[in-house]
Design a protein around this ligand. Structure first.
Ligand SMILES: Cc1ncc(COP(=O)(O)O)c(C=O)c1O
Length: 394
């Protein structure tokens, strides 16, 4: 962790506001859908001021704003916009920066929902998309056209844990006047802060590490104030708003993010090292392993390697399925960044969202298992994995 960034102190001292002479240590929940004003002039100002957090909750809300301010601070950005899910953050960003007849450059290794948006919905809106292999930054440069408006990045990617050189990709985009969006969900701002590499917008599925307790669906975008205002102008019309109670839960979870992420970094590293030497495991994908093909890049742009890893078992899809079924501690459940370990067989899980061609393009090996470690003792998790793998016939 860099010395000028202290997420512990920052998150411990986000004050709530309250009556003079005292203040709530935890901010109140403004569980209201609308806000009144006695005079017409103030009411008009409330209705027309961008990002106003006290007019109508679909436009903004003080509790949601408290979460947004905390996210802006922890990502090192000017402003943030909370949304109802990670996907609504991606949709609102796409519709803000790209119009009919324009073009997006996206990395191929992108979260399945984002790929679905770009492949199935964007073309119906007249938006063209080029997918590139993000491992070689030159691919981004080659794909840019005069009509390119947005570059969509994700690092590390879900579920193959491939990295994108954020500085190189951003430099390419910037020199062509293209806006950059990075999905920072897997890393979390504790392990990676993309804005310092020149990225324009950072988004999270706050459903994962940010909230951290498998009890909230939320998304968030962090960027300059001007860019956040532009996204807000679309998001409140789309109805992509996060509701105040969910925002309060997300902020509550966020307070403990550094402790949770550091623990999960350590556990994932131990589990990855165990799997890497296991005879029934063919490959482990984890940027913290020196054998990861982009480990040097991971050391340059990340300060921790995260709590998500994936591995390929010998024997294909049926063996991946029985490995998942054999685990007692990890729940078979979508998502990651929870208190308990969550495991999935991505090729099976995403077969509903993607057709065979998309699955092939997405580079999802049939034998891949994705594990998002929780807070269990690392030894207990390793023992659980050892038993599940031992139960597989050779
Ligand atoms: C990397 C990544 N980005 C975005 C999303 C979408 O977020 P949400 O489910 O909150 O809409 C997910 C969800 O799994 C994800 O893993």
């Amino acid at each position: 962790m860099t010395s000028d960034f202290d997420p512990y102190t920052l998150l411990a001292h986000l004050d709530g506001s309250g009556p003079v002479g005292s203040h709530p240590i935890s901010p109140p929940i403004y569980q209201t859908s609308t806000f009144g004003s006695g005079d017409a002039e103030t009411f008009l100002a409330m209705a027309t001021e961008p990002l106003h957090a006290g007019f109508y909750t679909r436009y903004g809300n003080p509790t949601t704003r408290a979460f947004e301010d905390a996210m802006a601070a922890i990502e090192g950005g000017e402003a943030a916009l909370a949304t109802a899910s990670g996907m609504s953050a991606i949709v609102a960003t796409l519709l803000t920066f790209v119009s009919h007849g324009e073009h997006v450059v996206a990395q191929r290794a992108l979260y399945g929902g984002a790929t679905g948006l770009l492949k199935n919905i964007a073309p119906r809106l007249g938006i063209e998309v080029s997918f590139v292999d993000q491992v070689d930054p030159q691919g981004f440069a080659d794909a840019i056209r005069p009509t390119t408006r947005l570059m969509m990045l994700e690092s590390p990617s879900n579920p193959m844990l491939r990295l994108t050189d954020l500085r190189a990709a951003t430099d390419i985009a910037r020199s062509a006047g293209v806006t950059t969006l990075v999905d920072n969900t897997i890393a979390s701002p504790i392990n990676q802060r993309p804005l310092k590499f020149g990225v324009d917008l950072v988004m999270h599925s706050a459903t994962k590490y940010i909230s951290g307790h498998s009890d909230v669906s939320a998304g968030v975008i962090v960027a300059s104030k001007a860019k956040i205002e532009s996204v807000w102008e679309k998001a409140y019309i789309l109805g992509a708003t996060l509701d105040p109670f969910a925002a309060w839960l997300a902020l509550r979870g966020l307070r403990t993010l550094p402790m949770r992420v550091e623990r999960q970094n350590q556990t994932a590293m131990r589990v990855a090292a165990f799997l890497a030497q296991h005879p029934k495991v063919e490959r482990v994908h984890y940027p913290g392993l020196p054998t990861h093909p982009q480990h040097d890049l991971a050391c340059r742009q990340m300060t921790g390697f995260g709590g998500v890893l994936s591995f390929e078992v010998a024997g294909g899809a049926p063996v991946a399925e029985s490995t998942v079924a054999g685990l007692r501690l990890a729940h078979r459940a979508a998502s990651f960044g929870s208190f308990s370990s969550l495991v999935v067989h991505p090729a099976a899980m995403w077969s509903g969202m993607m057709d065979a061609e998309q699955l092939r393009d997405a580079d999802l090996p049939p034998s891949l298992v994705r594990l998002g470690v929780g807070f269990e003792a690392p030894d207990a998790l390793i023992e659980d994995l050892d038993k599940a793998l031992a139960a597989i016939p050779r």
